[in-house]
Design a protein around this ligand. Structure first.
Ligand SMILES: [Zn+2]
Ligand SMILES: [Zn+2]
Length: 337
C-alpha cells in the first residue's frame, strides 16, 4: 500500500509499505477521506512544537472497516471516523474523565504515525461509528469536535455575547456550535473570505475585520458597553491573544482553543477587576464527537459547506505547500477513492 511520509520539514516522500498488522483490540481501516489540518501544515513547515520526524501526518479521518481483531461493535464495511487522541486511561486526567488532556497523550498523526496512507490500524475504542453520515461529513467530525468542546467549556447561556477571534476551520466550527448554544456571535478575522463565509453560510450577524475596524470600539457599540461575556481565541496568535483580554466583560470567560508556544501576557489589574476566568481547551471528548454527529444528522451543522478543496493522495506531495499558503482554502480533503 502507498503511504506519504513527512521525512523532515518541507520534505514529503511516497513509500510502499505492507498492510499494518491488526493487533489485538485493533481495527483495520481503509482510508476514504482525510481532512488536512493546521497541525499538518505546521508540521510540514517545521513550526509545530514538540514534533519529531519522520512522521506520517493526518488525523481527520473517514474510513471503512476492513477487519477487526477482536469482538467489538464494528464489522467490515462500516463507515467510521476516529477520535485520534489516544489516552492512557490511568493518569490523573483520565481518572477524572478528562482523557482529552491525558498526561501521556498520543495523538494519531502527531505523536505517532497517522493517516496519509491507504490503510491504518487503530484501537477499537478510538473508532467512532459513522451513524449514516457520508465519508465527506465524517472527515469533518474531528475538527468540529474541537470547537464543540471549547464551546462546552464556555457553558454559554442564550443570547450571551460571544466574541470568536479567528475564523479558520476550527474557528468556523466553534462559531457553529456557539450559535447552536444560543449565543449572539461576533467574529473577528483579518481574512475577508472567511468573514464572508461567516455571514453567508453560518448566519453570523456581526463580523469585524481588525485591519479596517477597531474591534474594541465596535464590540462596545454592539454590546451596549457590556463587552463579550465569552471570548474564544481560535487563532493561536500571540498578539491576537494578548490583545483580546480587553474585549472581556466583567465576570467573563476567556477560552483559548488556538495554541501558542510563547508566553501570554495578562495585565493583572485589568484581569482581576473583571474576576475573569482563563481556560485552555484541548482536543475533544467522546461526548463532543457524539454532539457533533447529532448536530450533523439534524442538519444544524453542515460540514460539506466547509470543504473548499479536494485532492488525491498522489497529488499531496506536489500541492501541499501551495494549499498551506492559499487564502481561499477553508478545508482541503484528501480523497482516497
Ligand atoms: Zn485537526
Ligand atoms: Zn491519561
Amino acid at each position: 500500500m502507498k503511504a506519504l511520509i513527512c521525512k523532515s520539514p518541507g520534505e514529503f516522500n511516497y513509500v510502499e509499505k505492507d498492510l499494518p498488522a491488526v493487533k489485538e483490540n485493533n481495527v483495520l481501516l481503509k482510508m476514504k477521506r482525510l481532512g488536512i489540518c493546521g497541525t499538518d501544515y505546521h508540521a510540514f513547515e517545521g513550526t509545530q512544537p514538540f514534533f519529531a520526524y519522520p512522521r506520517i501526518l493526518g488525523h481527520e479521518i473517514a474510513a471503512e472497516v476492513v477487519e477487526t481483531a477482536s469482538q467489538n461493535n464494528f464489522k467490515p464495511g462500516d463507515l467510521v471516523t476516529i477520535s485520534p487522541y489516544f489516552s492512557c486511561g490511568h493518569c490523573i486526567a483520565c481518572r477524572n474523565g478528562k482523557s482529552n488532556c491525558c498526561v501521556n497523550m498520543q495523538v494519531f498523526g502527531v505523536h505517532i504515525d497517522g493517516a496519509m496512507q491507504e490503510y491504518i490500524s487503530v484501537p477499537a475504542d478510538a473508532v467512532v461509528a459513522g451513524q449514516g453520515l457520508s465519508v465527506d461529513e465524517l472527515a469533518l467530525v474531528e475538527p468540529l469536535a474541537i470547537g464543540a468542546h471549547g464551546v462546552g467549556l464556555a457553558d454559554i447561556r442564550k443570547e450571551e455575547t460571544v466574541l470568536i477571534i479567528g475564523a479558520g476551520p476550527i474557528g468556523l466550527g466553534t462559531i457553529a456550535f456557539a450559535k447552536i448554544a444560543g449565543a449572539r456571535v461576533i467574529v473577528a478575522d483579518v481574512n475577508y473570505n472567511r468573514l464572508a463565509f461567516c455571514s453567508d453560510q453560518l448566519g453570523v450577524e456581526y463580523v469585524i475585520n481588525p485591519i479596517k475596524t477597531d474591534v474594541f470600539a465596535r464590540l462596545k457599540e454592539i454590546s451596549n458597553g457590556d463587552m463579550a461575556t465569552v471570548v474564544i481565541d481560535c487563532t493561536g496568535n500571540l498578539n491576537a491573544i494578548n490583545g483580546s483580554f480587553k474585549f472581556l466583560a466583567h465576570g467573563g470567560k476567556f477560552i483559548m482553543i488556538g495554541l501558542q508556544k510563547g508566553t501570554i501576557e495578562v495585565v493583572h489589574p485589568e484581569f482581576h477587576k473583571r474576576e475573569a476566568m482563563l481556560m485552555s481547551s484541548r482536543n475533544a471528548l467522546p461526548k463532543d464527537f457524539a454532539h457533533v454527529i447529532d448536530c450533523i444528522k439534524q442538519g444544524v451543522v453542515k460540514p460539506l459547506d466547509f470543504i473548499s478543496h479536494r485532492l488525491n493522495l498522489n497529488a499531496v506531495k506536489d500541492q501541499f505547500s501551495q494549499l498551506a499558503g492559499d487564502q481561499s482554502v477553508i478545508k482541503a480533503l484528501i480523497d482516497f477513492d
